[in-house]
Design a binder for this molecule. Structure first.
Ligand SMILES: [Zn+2]
Length: 354
């Protein structure tokens, strides 16, 4: 017949086994061993019936206390193991919920970012502001006078064919239109400057423009331009060429240069197209630049005296230059986007790259 010492030994044995259980599964096995129907303690309880009443009472109390201790140890160990295992799981999945709290970097990133065209516009503005230009804006809906007439493109002028546009159905036919370039803003600026006696002007004018173009890899019916205008005393073509070159290097990088080639625009005289080093081949010649090493970016020239006359600027005292080019096209060249239409398709996989 076993005595109280055996009970204590059983509890000690159980304590060791419970502490040694390294996982919830192992603990389940240990539980069966130390408190199940076949455990030593259960065995001892079954033997109680053979004892005298007084001895049975005492031994019964011992066993009950022992079982309570073992149950307590099991519960404690189970809780500790659950905690350890959950912690390991969390560490393994690397899921940090605090990342999704408001104000955290992850939450900010989920809000998205500016469209590539807006980013490009901002960067271009920064470059020109750094060169001393102010930024001006004007309306997207214009009258025929601001979009064509004042810019030396009278009705029926063949140059209007270059700027076929959308007219608004307001009263007189073909008098109100969606601007085909940002050049009307030049007219607004000069008119205001003449009225306020606020010449000279050094301004860039970014904005949205419209043309009846069929969309293709290089044209969109709605696009963005940035226009530049300088009106001051003693401005020459050299100032224009220098401005274009400084801008090109500042925006595209020091190994990209600009060159001017004779062209025709009604509102500038002389006029030039400006081309920059092909950003794909860096000037060595490739398919995109037709092996020339140069890509056309925009137009420029000295402000035509007829334009000065239209807005009342004295062409004897003031000279100036203007330039304009596509913002979308700048983005296309800098990021080597094969097809401009990707800018307006709103495919998040495309937009996320910038
Ligand atoms: Zn090239």
């Amino acid at each position: 017949m076993s005595g109280p010492t055996d009970v204590a030994a059983c509890v000690e044995e159980a304590r060791r086994a419970i502490a040694a259980a390294g996982s919830t599964e192992e603990l389940r096995r240990v539980t069966a061993e130390v408190s199940g129907k076949r455990s030593p303690l259960a065995e001892m309880s079954r033997e109680l019936g053979a004892l005298e009443p007084e001895a049975r009472r005492q031994r019964g109390q011992h066993l009950q206390a022992a079982r309570a201790v073992v149950e307590g140890l099991l519960e404690e160990r189970a809780a500790a193991l659950r905690f350890e295992e959950r912690s390991r799981e969390l560490a393994a999945s690397r899921l940090d919920l605090t990342e999704f709290l408001p104000g955290s970097p992850a939450a900010r990133a989920a809000r998205g970012h500016l469209h590539l065209v807006s980013q490009t516009r901002d960067e271009l503005e920064d470059v020109f502001v750094g060169m001393g230009f102010e930024v001006a804006e004007g309306p997207e809906i214009e009258t025929d006078w601001y979009n064509f007439g004042a810019l030396n493109i009278p009705p029926a002028h063949p140059a209007r064919g270059m700027w076929d546009t959308f007219y608004l159905d307001l009263g007189e036919p073909e008098t109100t239109l969606l601007r085909t370039h940002t050049s009307p803003v030049q007219i607004h600026l000069m008119e205001r400057a003449v009225l306020d006696g606020a010449l000279p002007i050094h301004a860039v004018m970014p904005g949205r423009c419209y043309r009846r173009d069929t969309p293709d890899a290089r044209h969109l019916p709605v696009f963005h331009q940035v226009e530049g205008l300088v009106v001051d005393r003693g401005i020459t073509f050299a100032d224009l060429a220098g401005t274009i070159e400084v801008f090109t290097a500042a925006y595209f990088g020091p190994d990209i240069h600009a060159r001017l080639r004779p062209a025709y625009f009604p509102f500038t005289e002389p006029s030039a197209e400006f081309e920059i080093t092909c950003t794909l081949c860096r000037g060595t010649g490739c398919r995109t630049c037709s092996q020339t090493g140069w890509i056309e970016l925009g137009g420029c020239g000295m402000v035509d005296p007829a334009v000065f006359a239209a807005v009342g600027v004295d062409a004897e005292s003031w000279t100036g230059f203007a330039f304009g080019f596509g913002i979308d096209r700048c983005a296309q060249m800098r990021h080597q986007i094969a097809d401009l239409r990707a800018l307006v398709e709103n495919d998040i996989r495309f937009l996320r790259q910038f």
